[in-house]
Design a protein around this ligand. Sequence first.
Ligand SMILES: [Zn+2]
Ligand SMILES: [Zn+2]
Length: 289
Amino acid sequence: MIMKEKERTVDLAIIGGTGSNVTLDNLEEVKVYTPYGSTSAAIAIGDFNGKKIAYIPRHGIDHSIPPHRINFRANIWALKKLGVKFIISPSAVGSLKKKHNKEKFILVDQYIDRTKKRVDTFYENGQLCHIGQADPYCDYLNRLFFETGKELNLDIQNGGVYICIEGPRFSTRAESKIFRQWGGDIVGMTNYPEVVLSAEKEICYCCIAMVTDLDVWAGECSECGIVEFAQKCEICGGTVDKLSVNVPEVIETMGKNVENLKKLLELTIQKIDIERECPCHHSLTDALL
Ligand SMILES: [Zn+2]
Ligand SMILES: [Zn+2]
């Protein structure tokens, strides 16, 4: 059932991909009209453990919206309108480091924006806004998720650099190697500008990146295992076989991690203190001209 938007308060939101939902009670669907057009889908709202939670499938209900066509502004604007103070954003990423294996969770703390054609601000005309992005992700949420991930014995890391590419294509090997040299931990297509738009709306934001593949920098040496792809292995001089990311691999790894993600979300959401005042809720102070 599609309901018209009405006054309500939602505590937190999940913007997710396939299988990143938590089980919500008293589910209803709400359509929010925004000055920026349609959200990725009608917003599902329901109860979970005493909290009101909204869910938006980032790529639409039938996964038909590619990364570069997501209406990020509509999604974030609508969540703010619903009263959301915390956004949790699970997303699939490729690894840029050997130590980040498939199925690892990384709580992102920095990004490098390599997108090219996305509108990344609500402040286009009139008032100017220079939002601070030195530490773009909510430290409170990251710490809670990390603590819970450890309790669940997951392979999880607090902190990591997310390189956001425009997509929808994957990177070349040359690009992937450059991203490694820049200090990137993971590469994905959706985190930017979701993160900065959330800051402009003073919403706590965290990204749970789930490693699904080794991107294209990697090769496989029969002696040394995973090494950076080159004509000859940098360690033993032997031959290196090419590895490259593909869609079935990403989907397979995501499938394996669905239950872990669900547990991580459900346990952490119970711990989030929705009354807590966070510095993220004041990010516009000193940002407006
Ligand atoms: Zn925060
Ligand atoms: Zn080797």
